[in-house]
Design a protein around this ligand. Structure first.
Ligand code: FES
Length: 574
């Protein structure tokens, strides 16, 4: 390991040089009351913080940034906090996914344009983990991730509630007329009890766990509940460690190897992680110059048991997972499936980081001979309806629907769906296949989480709680149901989904990985000849940039101009 000198620091170009600009940089730091010896010749650490008043999951991260600063200073560094778009899942419209790439660009350019030597990335709510990491990968300064951690368990009338999963479940009961207004309000007050991310194994918990698996957090960091005192300690220790990483010049490119991504896919499957993880891992790997095709996810899924008994696929919540030993314990339990030589941010290998990890509750982290499912949590489908792939989470669906043939009930877009789904005259039965078009990366745009299409009210009243649903959008990682998602190419670019008509027969066979539209080729050609693209949703601004450059789901929905390429030059400082 080479240890760098103060003159090797990137910030030296701003603060260490005897030039007119150097004078300006130093004197303006002094304007803020910082003495020369506090920042000159020291690693300057950017704390990229996605705290905001509208990011409900990051409300503790102002305080955590202070704890990171404590660690940075204790290790001889100089912390600077750089706020970045917080992309809270709940409030950001039309969908947070549209702003993941925005955050990635902002992170990369913040790091590039400022006098910083390394960074602590603070995120957790769904898109913030991939957004921050994508930007940091492209900039490739030493980087460590501080995951926000999950909130405490929800409670209602003696029952434990999980974010998203139980809200969706009880919303169906309310729509079916089985819950009073008072009960619904009690649920609203009891389901989100503390700062932190959704505490099911949704997208946030999945991505934080995968960031740790990839080696970008301190060991064990991703499983700590947001409000636990050890979470504050983890933040402080991350601050200490990033200073050492700068001196060691340990960068994301040293950590995020092909083997590290392979490990992340294995763990995603063992967790029965969010379907969104596939898109984010593909995008993150793309920034690192690596290609992950969907077949690799499927192959790993087929040989990886689901051991995390967590909602929505299982029974427990993230707080239980932490007390059961957390991610380190799960990694130890599947260590034979992992590439243990991968280096992580603490400079040690994955093998060293999981040494001694134990499972304390075999019902939360299941034994290998008693998995929740013998194969992984996500299946990749192909067929004439999804030539570039589609995915489904079989562990979260009613098993009888995993092989199904039924007539399509087609909605042209989300407005059409909400206008008609609860109409008692809608011709739909439990055997129908609900199809939503124009909800993909370009079509919606932003590929929102509309993929768990609501069950029509009249079927809810008959007791139906799951149906086959197909769309080119995503669904929340906390959702459940026989939902075929990420159909590529999407309808808005003329993918076969655009050609489906109500009454067409559709076949889903998850075991055979097949999604088939039972309409002959000549008829499909006839429909294709009459297909017209819809008007562009934006005429200016970021929305237009997004629609013009976002890639399809199987390519990670990154912007085509942000994939790995020749290094971007450092800014000139004159
Ligand atoms: Fe932030 Fe679910 S809303 S993680």
């Amino acid at each position: 390991m080479t240890v760098r000198k103060p003159e090797d620091l990137r910030s030296h170009r701003w603060f260490g040089v005897d030039t007119m600009r150097g004078f300006g940089h130093r004197s303006r730091m002094m304007e803020m009351g910082f003495a020369r010896e506090e920042f000159v010749g020291k690693p300057v650490i950017a704390i990229v913080n996605t705290w905001s008043d509208t990011n409900t999951c990051h409300s503790h991260m102002r305080q955590r940034a202070e704890e990171v600063k404590r660690g940075v200073i204790a290790a001889g560094g100089f912390p600077v906090e750089l706020p970045a778009m917080s992309v809270g899942e709940q409030m950001t419209k039309p969908t947070s996914m549209m702003y993941r790439n925005f955050l990635a660009m902002e992170t990369e350019e913040l790091l590039r344009s400022q006098p910083v030597d390394g960074c602590v990335l603070m995120g957790g709510c769904d898109k913030t983990t991939p957004g921050l990491l994508m930007g940091a990968i492209s900039m490739n300064l030493p980087a460590i991730y501080v995951p926000a951690g999950a909130m405490l368990r929800g409670h209602w009338r003696g029952e434990t509630l999980g974010s998203g999963t139980d809200a969706f479940r009880y919303w169906a009961e309310r729509r079916a007329g089985n819950l009073t207004e008072d009960q619904w309000q009690e649920l609203e007050e009891g389901i989100a009890r503390s700062p932190g991310t959704c505490m099911t194994m949704g997208t946030a918990s999945t991505m934080m766990s995968l960031a740790e698996t990839l080696g970008m957090t301190l060991p064990g960091a991703s499983s700590i509940p947001a409000v636990d005192s050890t979470h504050a300690m983890m933040a402080m220790r991350s601050g200490r460690r990033i200073v050492e990483m700068v001196w060691e010049n340990l960068r994301p490119s040293d950590i995020l190897t092909e083997a590290a991504f392979q490990n992340a896919i294995v763990v995603d499957m063992a967790l029965s992680g969010s379907t969104n993880a596939i898109i984010h891992l593909v995008a993150m790997a793309g920034r690192a110059g690596l290609k992950l095709d969907l077949e690799r996810f499927d192959a790993i899924s087929q040989r990886t048991p689901v051991l995390a008994n967590l909602k929505p696929a299982g029974k427990y919540l993230m707080e239980d997972f932490y007390y059961a030993g957390g991610l380190r314990a799960l990694l130890a339990r599947i260590s034979d499936l992992l590439k243990l030589g991968c280096i992580t941010v603490n400079g040690r290998s994955l093998a060293e980081n999981i040494e001694g990890a134990e499972v304390y509750n075999d019902d939360v982290i299941l034994p290998r001979n008693r998995p929740l499912s013998p194969t992984g949590g996500t299946a990749v489908l192909r067929g004439n309806l999804a030539p570039d792939g589609a995915i489904i989470k079989p562990t979260a669906a009613e098993p009888h629907l995993l092989k199904h043939r039924g007539p399509a009930v087609v909605f042209e877009d989300v407005d059409d769906m909400y206008a008609r789904i609860d109409d008692d005259d809608l011709e739909v039965t439990a055997d129908s296949v609900l199809v939503l078009k124009n909800a993909g990366p370009k079509g919606a745009p932003g590929m929102p989480e509309w993929g768990q299409l609501p069950i029509p009210k009249k079927l809810l009243r008959q007791g139906v709680r799951d149906m086959v649903r197909i769309s080119d959008c995503r669904m929340s990682g906390t959702s459940f149901g026989a939902c075929v998602l990420h159909v590529a190419p999407e309808a808005a670019v003329g993918g076969p989904l655009a050609l489906v008509e109500t009454g067409d027969m559709i076949e889903l066979d998850v075991d055979a990985r097949r999604l088939h539209l039972d309409v002959d080729d000549a008829e499909l050609e006839r429909r294709r000849a009459g297909w017209q693209p819809r008007p562009a949703p934006y005429g200016r601004g970021y929305g237009m940039l997004y629609v013009d450059h976002v890639t399809q789901a199987d390519q990670g929905c990154d912007f085509d101009f942000l994939h790995a390429g020749p290094p971007t030059s450092e800014p000139k400082i004159y």
